[in-house]
Write a protein that binds this ligand. Structure first.
Ligand code: AP5
Ligand code: MG
Length: 376
């Protein structure tokens, strides 16, 4: 489900372009049927109606006139309360069939004031067509003749409707999300690239990084660099890595914390080989929350053990990686993965983020599978 942020609020997809289009087509059919030969005047109520008016009127094939008004609202005296005034009405309505176009009808206050004003202008008939109708909130007796979509009393935005001035240009309708503040919804793309040793995490991460402009964080690569530089961290990690064991959680968690701090403003991250334990997964969630973001999805490359061992032995001939050279170390890496890391599939599954990807095939084929899942 796609989410967006407008000002301080998170909204999620609610009505798609297709649903809106189909509903408007239904209303257009009804109007075309009823008003043939009657030359109606369509009166759009700005600002919110502009998308609805444009898309509806493209589907209207009866001869008609089109005009727009705006409702100005100001605080009147105590006795008059909130006064609404109709601005911009330059259309003669005497003897005409008027169809008012609204983006949304909720309490009905606006529509009531529009109808009140128009009813003194000698129109032959006045009817109302609205894109959205909040039945639960409607307080008036005026019938709403054409309703494209009925919705609950939630706050919606998009397709002409705004939240504090913004969001009108969205092509679909979004509703205020129940989950606020988890993520900044700032278009970051954060991926956990998951899989056993030799599954192709590093290979695919290099390609995904290019395609989506992401920062690639491989804890294995960072640790090997520390070993190469002979840092205290590298010295500590080497013993574990050479045996195919996991480096202690706090070491890698600190490393990732530093990397996130060094890459503020990144378009997103690919986490390759991290998290590898539940402890690390929880720590990653917390770290990302501090950065006002979260993991979007976990992509798990599935490759059978035989193929894994073949690939790693093959690479071990050229790579110089200590842990690729010895078959028993390779088996221990796979064993450690199955015991400590594979359970994270459930962890991410519980968050609705787990995606299993067939990791056997050409590098391009697998890349296409990953991209398709990311874009879904
Ligand atoms: P790490 O460096 O992460 O190694 P790994 O998980 O064992 O995985 P690899 O890097 O070997 O494989 P990969 O999935 O990246 O596959 P690749 O693309 O290279 O970790 C090393 C060690 O560091 C750990 O054992 C641990 O000690 C420590 N460590 C790291 N992170 C840690 C953490 N978070 N917590 C604790 N300890 C941590 O591909 C493999 C080979 O296959 C390549 O030769 C490639 O060319 C080939 N290949 C790729 N795709 C295909 C394909 N489609 N068909 C045929 N061949 C392919
Ligand atoms: Mg790797």
């Amino acid at each position: 489900m796609s989410k967006i942020k407008i000002h301080d609020k998170v909204f999620e997809s609610y009505l798609s372009e297709q649903e809106i289009d189909a509903a408007i087509s239904r209303v257009a059919d009804q109007i075309n049927h009823k008003y043939r030969g009657k030359q109606p005047v369509f009166l759009g109520v700005l600002n919110g109606c502009f998308y609805f008016a444009a898309d509806l009127l493209k589907k209207i094939d009866v001869e008609c006139e089109i005009s727009f008004v705006k409702v100005a609202s100001y605080q009147g005296t105590q006795s008059t309360g909130n006064v609404r005034q109709l601005l911009g009405l330059d259309q003669k309505l005497k003897g005409r069939h008027v169809i008012i176009l609204e983006d949304i009808v909720d309490t009905g206050n606006t529509i009531e004031s529009v109808v009140d004003t128009l009813s003194n202008m000698g129109a032959e008939s006045i009817s109302i067509a609205t894109l959205l109708y909040k039945e639960e909130m409607y307080e008036k007796d005026i019938p709403i003749d054409y309703i494209a979509l009925s919705i609950k009393s939630d706050f919606v935005v998009g397709y002409g409707l705004d939240y504090d001035g913004f969001g009108r240009n969205l092509n679909e309708i979004y509703v205020l999300s129940e989950v606020q503040n988890i993520k900044d919804y700032d278009n970051m793309l954060n991926i956990v690239l998951f899989g056993p040793p030799g599954a192709g995490k590093g290979t695919q991460a290099a390609k995904l990084k290019e395609k989506f402009n992401l920062v690639h964080l491989s804890t294995g690569d960072i640790l090997r660099e520390e070993i190469k530089q002979d840092t205290p961290l590298g010295q500590e990690a080497k013993g574990f890595m050479d045996k195919g064991e996991l480096v202690p959680d706090e070491v890698v968690i600190n490393m990732i914390g530093n990397c996130l701090n060094q890459n503020k403003g990144a378009a997103g991250f690919i986490f390759d080989g991290f998290p590898r334990t539940t402890e690390q997964a929880r720590a990653l969630d917390n770290l990302l929350q501090q950065h006002k973001t979260e993991i979007d999805l976990m992509l798990s490359l599935e490759v059978d053990d035989e193929e894994l061992v073949d690939r790693i032995i093959q690479r071990g001939r050229e790579s110089g990686r200590e842990d690729d050279k010895n078959e028993s170390v390779i088996y221990n890496r796979i064993l450690t993965y199955n015991k400590k890391t594979a359970p994270l599939k459930t962890y991410f599954g519980d968050q609705g983020k787990y995606n299993s990807i067939d990791g056997v095939g050409t590098i391009e084929e697998i890349f296409d599978r990953l991209v398709e899942t990311i874009n879904r």
